[in-house]
Design a protein around this ligand. Sequence first.
Ligand SMILES: Cc1cc2nc3c(=O)[nH]c(=O)nc-3n(C[C@H](O)[C@H](O)[C@H](O)COP(=O)(O)O)c2cc1C
Ligand code: SF4
Length: 496
Amino acid sequence: MSNIGSLLLQGIGTFIGFALLALVIVWFVQDVTQKKHTILRNFPVVGRLRYLFERQGEYFRQYFFANDREEMPFNRSVRGWIYRLAKDEGGTIGFGSTNNLSEPGNILFVNAPFPTLEVEQTPTPACIIGADYCREPFEAKSIVNISGMSFGAISAPAVRALARGARESGCWMGTGEGGLSPYHEEAGCDLVMQIGTAKYGVRDRSGALSNERLRELAPRVRAFEIKLSQGAKPGKGGVLPAAKVSEEIAAIRGIAPHVDSISPNRHHDIANADQLLDMIGRVRDITGRPVGVKTAIGGWDFMHQLCEAILRRGPEWAPDFLVIDGGEGGTGAAPQALMDHMALPITEALPRVVDALVEAGLRERVRVVASGKLVTSAKATWALCAGADFVNTARGYMFALGCIQALRCHANTCPTGITTHNRRLQRGLVVEEKYLRVANFTRNMNREIDMIAHACGLRHAREFRREHVRIVRGAYESVALSTLFPDCSPRMRGTG
Ligand SMILES: Cc1cc2nc3c(=O)[nH]c(=O)nc-3n(C[C@H](O)[C@H](O)[C@H](O)COP(=O)(O)O)c2cc1C
Ligand code: SF4
């Protein structure tokens, strides 16, 4: 019996050996005869390892080779920080910082010699968007909020977990440009409905903005946001690959299923500042809700033209809020040329936008929301110092949902179920578990921002000014943000 067994094993081994040899010979012949790849022609068979390592490297680098502060877009240290906040494990680390305090661009807050005692601290006040100018102003409670990611780019369980987490923690959730789905609405959170260039979810049969749809949607959301552009791909419309355009997503957007969903790179009916104000006025009149604008910033012309048009027509025409998205912002899918090289980073765009509003006397009228890798309390606090009233983050919340930065968001193969419509992969994202992480992340971000405020000697997070943060220029030198961008904003802003 044992002899037969060993003969059988020998036979299988010989067969596998011959099969492998045959495979190597086939590969060898294929490699030396093909003309596309130099490496394979010169190093047949062995050269294939290079392509394997190149493909798999991006997934394994983070575990084996990369240092804590090395990777892009987010390094392990930042991801770990977010995971800890989301799991409510506290933001505490031991021994000492691995953050290089001399690295140019690093931010350092100005600690007060006599920090604010607990008895002197006051809760961060809510901020009203659209006060005096809308029939239904929106009282926004959280400094940190969920930036728009369309249903389509992200999955149904991801939308459900985010919406429930938003409801639990009191932040708002942006719908992104993909329309309003039942998953957004089921938890009853504060929703900011985006009107993208294709007007998904708010369009009539011809693709134009529908007044009837606006009326239907108005009672179901808190505010509307007209998207001119987003930081990852200014000048390019959204792309949802056909593989992700299911029947359900197509119905919500008002388009055909299973074909690429491509939105135009500009609103057909908005070609200048006046037309933008017309659109804002129309949506606000019909819905009674605050109406904002989301845009990336390339230069200063846009803000000057916008402020000039508002001053000419009157403050009632102004957007109730501006969402400024830095060029470093994320997306489900975009061309690398735009992702890597288009639009100013939030560090430069935000202070200039705030200054333009202050100079025009519109700072109190228009609330400012900032986004662009503001995923930690320190980065969010920098934005408050620079003049923002709120911070939005998309990828911060993706990490809270369990994103491992596999960078497959465009491919419908997301291993964590966030950006895929593959049911098997979505199984891993358990809404009942993940919504708590979303809520924890919001609460702990707000808490840490307050903690920084108290260490700076402030009562709450709405008292931050530019003098409270310094920007590192190199070894032995940092400069106050108020010196880089002289602060002309009024002392108390954003409340009321
Ligand atoms: C998967 C994904 C989908 C997104 N979808 C939209 C969208 O539909 N509309 C939009 O204005 N921005 C969209 N964004 C951009 C984010 O709302 C946000 O502006 C940007 O990612 C910057 O924030 P972050 O750096 O915290 O991610 C998306 C981002 C991601 C990662
Ligand atoms: S884990 Fe999913 S959501 Fe995160 S980067 Fe990878 S593909 Fe995108």
